[in-house]
Design a protein. Structure first.
Length: 203
């Protein structure tokens, strides 16, 4: 067991294996045959979309609720450790989780046949379908957040972390820009999550 839990890759693999075992147990207990159908395929896409989203929003909230507020309390001689080791790794998973969340989300909307309705925020049916309006608003907030990650937060964080050489003034400006767009994403994450969950559970 220690070989699984002391190695992140092994832990993640074990998590997926345990998921497969759980699915087989559930299907066996219920007496239902395992049906690899279109519906199950869309469910798997949704599951991957949710896993990606948990990673993305979890890291977004880690940055905003934990790392940024804690930085002033960290002694100056210890701050380079955050910038050299923790932040680059967290930002790697952060931006790729954002990418996979968007990719799986768009593919899921395509699989379910409402991608056009969602991207037009329900305009295709005269804004009469609350599900399409809700999922569309959620998708567009997610797309804006994804754009912020890849084209505003990440390029500016590269300057802050010294991956791109800039002078002190440019570094300070980059830090402020990265912070403001990270906070924008934190703000948007709250209604975005409401819209996504509401589209699946209320409408």
């Amino acid at each position: 067991m220690a070989a699984i839990l002391t190695n992140l890759r092994n832990t993640v693999i074990a998590g997926f294996v345990l998921t497969v075992v759980m699915v087989l147990i559930i299907n066996g207990a219920s007496g239902e045959s395992f049906d690899v159908s279109f519906a199950y395929g869309t469910f798997i896409t949704r599951w991957l979309h949710v896993i990606s989203g948990v990673m993305w929003i979890g890291l977004l909230w880690y940055f905003n609720f934990v790392q940024v507020p804690s930085m002033p309390k960290i002694p100056d001689d210890q701050k380079p450790v955050i910038g050299k080791y923790i932040a680059p790794t967290a930002l790697f998973w952060f931006r790729w989780a954002a990418m996979s969340t968007i990719v799986f989300g768009l593919f899921l909307a395509y699989q379910n046949g409402y991608i056009v309705e969602a991207l037009t925020i329900g305009a295709m049916d005269g804004f009469s379908n609350a599900k399409h309006v809700a999922i569309g608003l959620g998708m567009w907030m997610g797309i804006i957040m994804w754009f912020n990650v890849w084209f505003l937060i990440w390029p500016n964080q590269q300057k802050v972390l010294g991956m791109v050489e800039v002078d002190a003034d440019a570094k300070a400006a980059a830090a402020r820009t990265a912070l403001l767009f990270s906070r924008t994403n934190t703000l948007l994450s709250i209604p975005m999550l409401y819209a996504m969950v509401a589209a699946q559970n209320i409408y």
